[in-house]
Design a protein around this ligand. Structure first.
Ligand code: NAD
Ligand code: GLY
Length: 364
């Protein structure tokens, strides 16, 4: 088992990564406030993994309330959130109850927001079961739901007490979801870790073949990068750079997700196409070479990810992007690359350049 730490003073917490962790109630018990846990999962993940987790906890005397939601990004909304509150109230969960998210990023974001708000906040544990959630969404405390007008528009920062990533769960993950998670893995290389980008280029075929040791290394390196960024700028308030850099490709990607309808494109797929747009825009600004762009495209393609954007039209992209959370006082801050491995936030990109980058990435 590998162990990392997210250093946030008195709210610091460990990330445990390894095989066979779901049944290790002994790892979870020290992080429960009382011996009561609500396990939030969905109809796909619960039949696979809820029993082993619940049985382990019950064996050590923890009372377990399962809350099973519908599956999918289209359900990351008020209705699902209310179902969680309904179940917590119906089973008399109190402020000592720990909410445990068992699933991918959708369940993690929903359960985390429920934990942030139920009775003004209860303890929360993340047990991520997708590659994307193990390398990104379970770490850092961003929680929330979508609004029909925009992704993740309602939410809260609420750090978990523990992140427990059981890499064995990735064995049942569909190929398309593995690829989607790889978009966020590649992101860390592109924004701040050039040696990791090189390593990914060398090992992408093994990773996509689900080599356990390679996946564990990719998860650990991704989490280590995310933990450092979050520790330095927990609330994404840095004037330049900071946590916003984790959103490389996301402003374009969120436009695809919202514009196409939630669930049509997977989050990681939209991030991949959005990253190509950001990379192409960085080339147009003179920061990257055509060879850099080709290198990034090739890596995403090897990970089974789309390198071409959804054909929404540049005007629709720009309209959707104007609602982004990175718009401050009417000015859109984009995450771009000064070089491979070096991301910056940049506010002064002319709309024509953004539109041209979008159009070229939807054509090629
Ligand atoms: P997801 O939660 O929809 O999971 C993908 C699919 O895989 C679902 O159908 C799920 O039921 C299934 N699944 C999960 N684990 C499985 C397993 N082990 N075996 C088989 N099937 C399994 O999607 P995701 O990619 O994990 O997360 C995407 C979400 O995460 C988006 O809503 C995105 O906005 C959010 N996100 C949040 C943050 C954050 O910091 N909070 C960061 C990145 C992404
Ligand atoms: N996924 C972006 C963040 O956690 O800040």
């Amino acid at each position: 088992m590998r162990r990392l730490n997210v250093a946030l003073a008195d709210r610091s917490y460990p990330i445990l990564i390894g095989g066979g962790l779901l049944s290790r109630a002994d790892l979870i018990l020290p992080f429960l406030r009382t011996k009561r846990a609500a396990l939030v999962s969905n109809v796909t993940v619960a039949p696979l993994y809820l029993d082993v987790l619940a049985r382990g906890l019950e064996k050590v005397g923890v009372g377990v309330t399962p809350i099973i939601l519908a599956d999918g990004e289209a359900h990351k909304n008020w209705e699902s959130l209310n179902l969680i509150y309904d179940a917590l109230l119906a089973t008399r969960c109190d402020r000592g109850t720990t909410i445990v998210a068992l699933g991918g990023g959708v369940i993690g974001d929903l359960a985390g927001f429920a934990a942030a708000t139920y009775q003004r906040g209860v303890p929360f544990i993340q047990i991520p079961t997708t590659l994307l959630s193990q390398v990104d969404s379970s770490v850092g405390g961003k929680t929330g739901i979508n609004h029909p007008r925009g992704k993740n528009m309602v939410g809260a920062f609420w750090q978990p007490k523990l992140v427990l990533a059981d890499t064995d769960t990735l064995r049942t993950l569909p190929d398309r979801e593995l690829s989607a998670g790889m978009a966020e893995v590649i992101k860390y290389g592109l924004i701040r870790d050039l040696p990791f980008l090189d390593w990914l280029e060398t090992n992408m075929d093994g990773l996509m073949a689900r080599d356990g040791a390679l996946l564990a290394h990719a998860i650990e390196t991704s989490c280590a990068n995310k933990a450092q960024v979050v520790a330095a700028d927990e609330y994404e308030t840095a004037k330049e750079g900071g946590r916003a850099l984790l959103n490389l490709g996301h402003t374009f990607g969120h436009a695809i997700e919202t514009g196409m309808g939630y669930g049509e494109w997977l989050h990681g797929e939209a991030v991949a196409a959005g990253t190509i747009m950001a990379v192409e825009l960085s080339r147009r600004l003179g920061w990257l070479t055509a060879a850099d762009v080709a290198r990034v495209r090739a890596l995403f393609a090897r990970a089974g990810l789309p390198v071409r954007g959804a054909e929404l039209g540049a005007a629709r992209y720009l309209e959707l992007m104007s609602h982004d959370k990175k718009v401050i006082a009417g000015s859109l801050r984009l995450v771009l690359l000064k070089a491979l491995g070096e991301a910056v936030t940049y506010a002064d990109v002319p709309q024509e350049d953004i539109a041209a980058a979008i159009e070229s990435c939807c054509r090629e």
